[in-house]
Design a protein around this ligand. Structure first.
Ligand code: SAM
Length: 459
């Protein structure tokens, strides 16, 4: 098995109680942008002092700035089915929870999508529970088609990332054919005994099948895969090293590692209490993990959902996070219900309940560029082609103009006066900072075309 538990445990033992000087040495290495090995990462996980923490956050922030600039990608989740055959101890959708289950019809999906488009969303993460009978792959493929074909006056959803349970190469080929962006699957925990304890009497309980899902996805041609750990299930130090081991394994085998890493922390859900989970992490530890991931895999996107507070998200955007969700509902049919102020059974409770408009206002006020860009996968820049672009420092020349174009669209189609005024200033400032003359000219021209009514322009 490629997640070698004893190798991880030995590395953690070696790093335990490491000296201040050793931590400083690894931080210096990170500052220079040198690759970090497992022992380096384990050493950073030992950080406890304020001084080291502050330095780690500064380095993570500088790396984020250098590679991603001040863009932040915005998306929303869409739950279409809460049927589930599994009994994940932590999850509100577990089979043993008794509530009326739903799966949205094509029309209901389109209603949800219209509401999401009304908020300005262009990128969705499609979420379903695992149930081969009530939610087979053909239903998922049809849901994807329903989403892409829903048009409002401002256009359509342009990218759907999909979070469905581990499945076969054949099923992944169907997702590929349906035109998905990233295939997302959280390992939940890499620690095998904990994994088995957390997934009793479940199809999902097969650790190795779950762990090898990305191998099958890559084999099927899905080369943007998004990983994650549900922090709170097992020891966080073990999880971070295992995540890095998994990433290195995929890089070695397929030439590309994770496109994104998500960092969900366990939240209260129906049918469980938080005191069942003894490995929960406090805010400081959580920040340390995110910053370490940023320095360890500088080119991998880091996603922070509305499980976290507005304040945590704001702070960690500065130190590594590159994608956030906004205005999220985590129940099936939740957008329509929250429109009508009903409540549905949720997978877990969200913390940051602000609308996308409020989130965008804060981002722009902080000098950050919200991005609804979906250009890469539509231009074939996926997998190692995206990574080459990122590693060559080209993100600034492509992603920044694309982000500015989507911001220009958003303010014209959805913005109020305050957002418009602040965003226009930000767009001007960012445009002025673009050094390459050809890109400056192209962007100036495209922004003008958008102001004259064109949409969906991208490089
Ligand atoms: N059914 C798919 C699967 O089994 O992989 C999709 C999973 S679900 C829609 C998305 C993720 O939410 C899960 O992978 C899990 O990490 C997370 N999640 C579940 N319960 C949670 C809770 N109580 N708090 C925070 N996140 C939770």
């Amino acid at each position: 098995m490629f997640i070698d538990h004893s190798a991880i445990e030995n590395t953690l033992k070696l790093a335990a109680g490491t000296s201040d000087a050793a931590i400083d040495a690894v931080l210096a290495k990170a500052e220079l942008g040198s690759p970090l090995d497992q022992l380096d990462i384990a050493t950073l996980l030992e950080i406890k002092s304020d001084k080291h923490m502050a330095r780690l956050m500064r380095i993570a922030g500088a790396i984020k700035d250098r590679i991603y600039g001040n863009r932040i990608v915005v998306f929303a989740p869409l739950y279409v089915s809460d049927y589930c055959v599994n009994n994940c101890v932590y999850c509100g959708y577990k089979h043993s929870n008794d509530f009326p289950r739903r799966r949205l019809s094509r029309e209901e999906i389109q209603e949800e999508v219209m509401l999401l488009e009304k908020m300005g969303h262009k990128r969705l993460a499609l979420e379903v529970g695992e149930d081969p009978v009530n939610c087979p792959i053909d239903y998922v493929v049809d849901a994807i088609d329903a989403i892409y074909s829903t048009k409002n006056e401002n256009g359509t959803i342009r990218r759907i990332n999909v979070n469905i349970a581990a499945t076969t190469v054949e099923d992944y080929k169907k997702l590929k054919k349906a035109g998905i962006g990233t295939y997302i699957l959280f390992q939940e925990t890499y620690h095998k005994p904990t994994y088995e304890r957390m997934h009793p009497k479940s199809v999902k309980g097969n650790y190795l099948y779950h762990l090898t899902a990305f191998d099958r996805a890559m084999e099927a041609g899905l080369d943007d895969v998004g990983a994650g750990v549900l922090f709170g299930l097992a020891d966080y130090k073990f999880e971070v090293l295992a995540l890095m081991m998994h990433n290195a394994y995929l890089e070695e085998k397929f030439g590309v590692g994770f496109h994104t890493i998500s960092v969900p922390r366990i939240k209260k859900a129906e049918g469980m209490t938080l005191d069942q989970f003894s490995n929960q992490i406090d805010d400081l530890t959580f920040k340390k993990i995110v910053a370490i991931l940023r320095v360890a895999v500088p080119f991998t996107g880091i996603i922070m959902s509305t499980r976290e507070s507005a304040q945590m998200r704001r702070e960690m955007i500065r130190a590594g996070v590159s994608q956030i969700s906004a205005g999220s509902c985590t129940g099936v049919g939740g957008y329509k219900e929250s429109d009508r102020k009903d409540t549905s059974t949720k997978q877990f409770e969200a913390t940051d309940q602000r609308s996308p408009m409020e989130v965008l206002k804060e981002l722009v006020a902080d000098g950050l560029v919200p991005s609804y860009c979906t250009a890469c996968y539509r231009s074939g820049r996926t997998g190692d082609r995206f990574m080459q672009l990122a590693k060559a420092g080209q993100i600034h020349n492509v992603c920044t103009p694309n982000a500015l174009m989507t911001l220009q669209e958003f303010i014209l189609d959805y913005g109020d006066q305050a957002l418009k005024a602040d965003s226009e200033l930000l767009i001007e400032k960012e445009l002025a900072a673009i050094e390459r003359e050809d890109i400056h000219k192209l962007l100036t021209n495209n922004l003008q075309r958008i102001r004259s009514g064109e949409r969906d322009l991208f490089l």
